[in-house]
Design a protein around this ligand. Structure first.
Ligand code: DON
Length: 309
C-alpha cells in the first residue's frame, strides 16, 4: 500500500484546491456550466481491492473526452488494429483538442490521433451496432464491466446540451465525410458521440476503470482479462502522448502518469501495475484540463514516486 492514510490524501486535496480559483468551469456545453468551481475529489484504487479517497466524492460527472480512451479500446477489440489505424493516426498534434487545422494540411486527411476530437469522431463512428441506441448501449456495457457497476448510464441533459451546441464537431464530421474517412449521417454520429461523452460516473468508478488499464486489461477482482493486454498498453501510450492534449508533454514530465482528461474536469490516471486514479475538479485551465487536478497529480506523483519513467 502506497498511501498510508486518507488524512494525507485530504491534505494534498486541500493544497491543490487553492488552485481552483485560477481556473474556469467549461460552459461551451451549457449544461457543464452548472458545476461548482471549487470542487476537487480523488479516488485511488489498488489491485488488492483496497481504495482511498478524499474531497467531494459524492459528485457525479460526465466522462467527456475520457470516453475517447475507452471507445478506442472497444473498437480495437471489435475491428482490429489494421482497420482502426488505417483511419486514424498515432501521432500527437500539439494543437487544442477541437482543432480542425491539421485535417486540412495533412495528407492523407486522416486525423492524427484518436484523442483529439477529429480522431475520436472517427473512432466513435466505428462502434458496432445497427442503431445509435444499440451502439451507445454496447459502449455503456463495456464501461459497466470496467467499473464493475451495473447502473452506469448517460446523462440525457448533458448529451442534449452538447448535441445542440456541437457546431465545431459537426464541422469536423462534414470534413471527414467529404474526404471519405467516415460514411455516416453526421447528425447520427453527433448524437452517438454526445451520448458517449455524457456517460456519467464518479471518481471511484473512474479509478476502477483506470485500474483495469493499469493492470493491462485484467479485472483486479475477478482476474478476468476484460481487454487484451496489448490494447490496454496502446491506450496507455496514447494517454501519455496525447491524453492531456497540448499539455501532454509537460504533464508527462511533471507526473509520469498515463492520464486522460475531459472538459467536465475529470482525469483518469492509470499507473502501470500499481493503481487506478480518478480525479474530479471542474475548474479548467486554458487547455481544457482540470487545473487543480493537474496540481494534485503532480504533488502525489512526486511524493509517492508514481512516475513510470
Ligand atoms: O467534444 C467535445 O467538445 C466534448 N464532448 C469533449 C471535449 C473534451 O472533454 C476535451 N477535453 N479536455
Amino acid at each position: 500500500m502506497i498511501f498510508q492514510a486518507n488524512d494525507e490524501l485530504k491534505a494534498f486535496v486541500a493544497e491543490a484546491k487553492t488552485y481552483t480559483i485560477n481556473g474556469k468551469v467549461a460552459d461551451y456545453i451549457p449544461a457543464l456550466g452548472k458545476a461548482s468551481q471549487n470542487d476537487l475529489a480523488i479516488a485511488i484504487y489498488y489491485p488488492d481491492g483496497q481504495w482511498i479517497s478524499a474531497g467531494e466524492m459524492e459528485k457525479e460527472f460526465t466522462l467527456q473526452s475520457i470516453s475517447k480512451v475507452i471507445t478506442l479500446a472497444l473498437v480495437l477489440m471489435d475491428r482490429g488494429f489494421e482497420y482502426v489505424f488505417e483511419r486514424v493516426g498515432m501521432e500527437p498534434t500539439g494543437d487544442p483538442f477541437n482543432s480542425i487545422a491539421k485535417l486540412e494540411t495533412m495528407a492523407p486527411t486522416k486525423p492524427l490521433n484518436p484523442m483529439i476530437n477529429a480522431g475520436a469522431l472517427v473512432v466513435t463512428h466505428m462502434i458496432m451496432g445497427n442503431t445509435v441506441e444499440e451502439r451507445i448501449q454496447r459502449l455503456v456495457s463495456f464501461i459497466r464491466q470496467l467499473a464493475n457497476k451495473s447502473t452506469i448510464g448517460y446523462c440525457e441533459e448533458v448529451a442534449r446540451s452538447e448535441f445542440e451546441s456541437a457546431h465545431l464537431n459537426r464541422a469536423l464530421c462534414h470534413f471527414l465525410k467529404q474526404h471519405n474517412i467516415i460514411d455516416e449521417d453526421v447528425e447520427q454520429l453527433i448524437d452517438l458521440y454526445t451520448k458517449q461523452c455524457a456517460i456519467e460516473i464518479n471518481c471511484f468508478d473512474l479509478a476502477r476503470i483506470a485500474l483495469v488499464f493499469a493492470m493491462d486489461g485484467v479485472d483486479p477482482e475477478s482476474g478476468i482479462q476484460i481487454m487484451p493486454a496489448d490494447i490496454a498498453r496502446i491506450c496507455k501510450t496514447f494517454m501519455v502522448t496525447c491524453g492531456m492534449y497540448n499539455a501532454s508533454g509537460e504533464f508527462a514530465i511533471k507526473t509520469g502518469i498515463p492520464a486522460k482528461s475531459g472538459v467536465s474536469g475529470g482525469i483518469m490516471g492509470a499507473v502501470p501495475g500499481l493503481c487506478g486514479i480518478g480525479v474530479f475538479g471542474p475548474a479548467l485551465d486554458e487547455k481544457g484540463n482540470s487545473i487543480a487536478g493537474l496540481k494534485l497529480l503532480e504533488l502525489l506523483s512526486k511524493k509517492y514516486e508514481l512516475n513510470m519513467f
